[in-house]
Design a protein around this ligand. Structure first.
Ligand SMILES: C[S@@+](CC[C@H](N)C(=O)[O-])C[C@H]1O[C@@H](n2cnc3c(N)ncnc32)[C@H](O)[C@@H]1O
Ligand code: SF4
Length: 489
């Protein structure tokens, strides 16, 4: 296996060496000195201190729906009984598990409030994603949630339904509920199969073959069985990451794999002292190697970070909308998000559910929209179609780019950046659209950042710096280090 790795890396250097503005110091010979540490918060907006519930309600009611609007639903389950060290949800609300039945009821209540305000009854619902935390902790209450959400007008045979789960606590009854509602995909956070790293990260041991047992229990009841792998865990070398991927590719029961780069700012509890993390140079090579391995063995990328086995049945694959980043990808999209801390969107509206479970529950019980109004916003960002396109595996249609240019949604600076990214080999033209090259895929987060307007770039940098500051206990040690090589370096 070893010589194959080095051959691919050698080829990568030759392949990209001549096309890209070169600097020996940048990752993979690009001008990027590090990854932009941002996995999920791709569409931050300024805080607003003057929004009221009435203003948001009114805006939701007025939301224009174009035929282009892609409507999806995200249902958040902020409960987890596990303790994975890198995860912001570890142990979330574990002392409140007795409330889970009430919680299911309140989720459905919020879902109904929002879908009626947005009057999405005439729109097709593209996907429903139930994530967390550990949604399997809903247990038998999952039946009620699925029954209600599937009864919404707009949900059809073509709607993708994905459910995240932790490996422990998945029983036959839970699997049968998912089968009854024709769930398309179940996703387990495996992260790594390396026993030592698993123990260090407080992940469940796989020595008792729990993964095999669970996959056998599911069998064909759910067509797509996905596992998440993390890259960049302490003690994880390139070779170990490749071994993780080979494990997933060899086990035919696994039909899809999502590869995420560890976000340090989200890993709030990961001790800085624990193991060494591979250098960003090594991480960038690892990502490109994993991508190459999947593509060369016929896996299909559908989603910002997810690949499906080539042999997967066409009907299931057609249902997959590829929005595992749980966000919107175009200005016109609508995302109905329910549950504490879940972030939703409609053109010109970004709303954030309040993150405290008890506050959220109280507000829903009292028929209030359970939002954090300071973190919500009515600022219109028409350039989202451009800035978020790196998350769309479908790419950016040239006609969509023309449309936003005509609407003067993007500045000349943004347009310049777009063309610079093309000349550097991150974005390439392909017929009627633009898409990320393999290199662009590796630097997806950096490209989203770069395509934003300068004020929006500062906003997201500050947000990450703030998270890092909290993580370092306020001494600033975790400050964001996002840097480019400039012409003078
Ligand atoms: C938050 S978990 C929820 C689902 C479920 N409990 C599980 O473990 O699969 C979903 C995925 O987020 C990813 N994740 C967690 N912490 C992360 C971090 N600090 N950086 C990047 N991805 C992370 C992991 O790959 C995990 O499988
Ligand atoms: S990765 Fe999943 S199981 Fe682990 S702490 Fe996070 S939400 Fe819980």
């Amino acid at each position: 296996m070893g010589h194959k790795i080095y051959f691919v890396l050698f080829s990568i250097n030759i392949f990209f060496g001549e096309d890209i503005v070169m600097s020996k110091k940048g990752l993979l010979n690009t001008r990027y000195l590090n990854f932009f540490d941002n996995t999920f918060d791709y569409w931050e907006v300024e805080q607003s201190y003057s929004l009221s519930e009435e203003m948001i309600k009114e805006s939701l009611l007025q939301t224009p729906k174009s035929r282009d609007s892609n409507v999806s639903i995200y249902i958040h389950v902020p409960f987890c009984a596990n303790n994975c060290l890198f995860c912001a949800f570890a142990g979330a609300n574990s002392s409140k598990l007795r409330q889970i039945k009430d919680y299911a009821g309140l989720l459905v209540k919020e879902l109904k409030m929002l879908s009626s305000l947005l009057s999405v009854k005439n729109s097709r619902i593209a996907s429903i994603n139930i994530g967390g935390g550990s949604p399997n902790l809903l247990g038998e209450n999952m039946e009620y949630v699925l029954n209600e959400v599937c009864a919404l007008p707009g949900v059809s045979e073509q709607t993708e339904i994905s459910v995240e789960s932790s490996l422990n606590g998945v029983d036959e009854q839970f699997i049968d509920i998912l089968k009854k509602y024709n769930v398309t995909k179940i996703s387990f956070g495996i992260q790594t199969v390396d026993d030592k790293i698993r123990a260090d990260m407080k992940l469940l041991s796989l020595k008792n073959k729990i993964l095999d047992t669970v996959l056998d229990k599911i069998g064909d009841k759910i067509k797509i069985k996905n596992i998440d792998l993390l890259v960049g865990l302490p003690g994880q070398s390139m070779q170990k990451s490749v071994q993780d991927l080979e494990y997933a590719m060899t086990d035919k029961k696994i039909s899809a794999v999502s590869i995420y780069l560890l976000s340090k700012s989200s890993a709030v509890r990961l001790p800085l002292s624990l193991g060494t993390q591979a250098s960003e140079h090594e991480l960038s090579k690892t990502l490109i190697l994993m991508h190459d391995k999947l593509m060369s063995e016929g896996w299909i990328r559908k989603g910002s970070s997810t690949y499906y086995r080539g042999s997967i049945d066409a009907e299931s694959l057609a249902k997959i909308k590829g929005n595992e980043a749980i966000g919107i990808r175009r200005f016109e999209d609508i995302l109905i998000s329910v549950g504490p801390s879940a972030i939703g969107y409609a053109p010109g509206i970004r709303y954030e559910n309040t993150d405290d479970l008890d506050t959220w529950s109280e507000m829903v019980k009292n028929d209030k929209l359970p939002f954090n109004y300071a973190n919500s916003s009515l600022i219109t960002k028409k350039d989202l179609t451009l800035t978020l396109f790196p998350l769309r595996f479908e790419g950016l249609l040239k006609k969509d780019l023309e449309k936003i240019k005509e609407n003067e949604a993007i500045s000349s600076k943004q347009f310049e950046t777009f063309h610079k990214l093309i000349s550097e080999g991150f974005i390439r033209e392909n017929g009627d659209k633009y898409e990320l090259s393999i290199l662009g895929k590796v630097f997806m987060g950096n490209i989203v950042h770069d395509l934003k307007k300068e004020a929006d770039q500062r906003l997201i940098e500050h947000k990450i710096e703030y998270k890092n500051l909290l993580k370092s206990g306020g001494n600033g040690a975790g400050k964001s280090q996002y840097k480019y090589i400039t012409k003078n370096e």
